[in-house]
Design a protein around this ligand. Structure first.
Ligand code: ADP
Ligand code: MG
Length: 341
């Protein structure tokens, strides 16, 4: 039902940007949305060089041996386990490849080496979590991988297409048609209904406002009955599910999520994570999610650890306990350096 459609057919529909209609704000007539982070990913100009920050600070896992799990919630009592999942399609290019990606901010004494040469492949149809201590480069990694920011050197490939060789217009087009984004702040446009929020990426890409597709993704996130509501009439968890529906509406090659459950309570977070998991298992989506929460990371097929801008290891079929243990090790600088070497 939510299988990937015929991308060729859909792309063939693609024309020039939709002309604005009075009842439908066009790309250049987006309503103001206070509190919208500069990095609204479907906008024309990305927040290149914007400071991602890490407002929450990293949790001290060593102080929380009994880290809460979502298993309390009936829906999560049985955690998804690896062997039941279909194996990702063998062969073909990975969804995303990073090759020697370096990102440096500032200069002289102010220089920050956010990424120090990251090589990573994200296979299609997989769910990858990215973890690391606060300031380890997670958001920078995500922004570079998603074409929201340009690496200082190295290459980022989406399929066979080199993002680092693209100009701003090409990147904007790519973000609207082939990538999906979910952030901690849901970034829904408050003046638009749920349905119109979900249709936004299609409209920005100049494609037909496919209401059937909107209904389909809203059904997938369990919100088809709320299509005509406005975001303020929904709970935080529901808003994030709308944001996920919006991110999936174009059937993106990759969905990038930066702390998607950071603003949610544990039960609601579990719903959102189960939804992400299902979109990989049932729709073949490819997801890359930054999180600082070992339980959230355990929904992924693989956790990739960052420490001080380096890749510091992988964990397949992660459990919350294994992830938390690895985070404790990474938070101890001497050992983290040893692992990164
Ligand atoms: N625009 C920027 N200017 C200067 N330093 C930055 C900028 N963005 C991120 N940084 C720095 O780069 C490092 C990695 O940041 P970030 O990727 O946000 O880490 P994380 O998401 O893991 O907390 C940090 O030291 C951060 O302060
Ligand atoms: Mg961050």
């Amino acid at each position: 039902m939510f299988g990937r459609g015929k991308r060729g057919d859909r792309r063939a529909n693609t024309g020039p940007a939709a002309s604005p209609r009075p009842d439908r704000p066009g790309p250049h007539h987006l309503p103001p949305h206070p509190g919208e982070p500069a990095a609204f990913p479907y906008a024309a100009a990305p927040a290149a060089g914007a400071h991602h920050g890490h407002p929450q600070g990293g949790p001290d896992y060593s102080a929380h041996p009994g880290h809460p799990t979502y298993a309390d919630h009936p829906a999560h009592a049985v955690h998804p386990v690896q062997p039941t999942r279909p194996a990702p399609a063998a062969g073909g290019a990975p969804a995303v490849r990073l090759e020697g990606v370096v990102k440096t901010y500032g200069s002289g004494a102010e220089t920050v080496h956010a990424l120090r040469g990251v090589d990573l492949q994200i296979p299609k149809g997989t769910f990858t979590a990215v973890m690391g201590p606060s300031g380890s480069g997670k958001s920078t990694f995500l922004h570079c991988a998603a074409g929201l920011d340009k690496p200082g050197s190295g290459r980022v490939l989406l399929g066979d297409d080199d993002l680092t060789a693209m100009n701003e217009n090409q990147l904007t087009r790519l973000r609207r048609t082939r990538l999906g984004f979910v952030f901690q702040a849901f970034n829904l446009l408050p003046s638009l209904t749920v349905e119109k929020n979900v249709l936004l990426p299609l409209r920005l890409a100049g494609e037909r406002a496919d209401r059937r597709r909107a209904a389909e993704v809203l059904a997938m996130v369990g919100l088809h009955e709320h299509a005509n509501r406005r975001p303020a009439q929904l709970s935080g968890g529901q808003q994030q599910r709308v944001a996920i529906a919006r991110a999936l509406v174009t059937r993106p090659d990759v969905l990038f999520a930066d702390e998607p459950t950071g603003a949610l309570d544990t039960t609601t977070a579990g719903d959102v994570l189960s939804l992400l998991r299902r979109s990989v298992d049932e729709s073949g989506a490819t997801i890359v999610m930054v999180t600082h929460d070992p339980v959230a990371a355990s929904y992924a097929d693989r956790v990739v650890f960052l420490a001080a801008g380096h890749l510091a290891g992988h964990l397949h079929a992660p459990t919350p306990e294994a992830v938390a243990a690895r985070m404790v090790a990474l938070s101890q600088p001497a050992r983290a350096q040893g692992r990164a070497a």
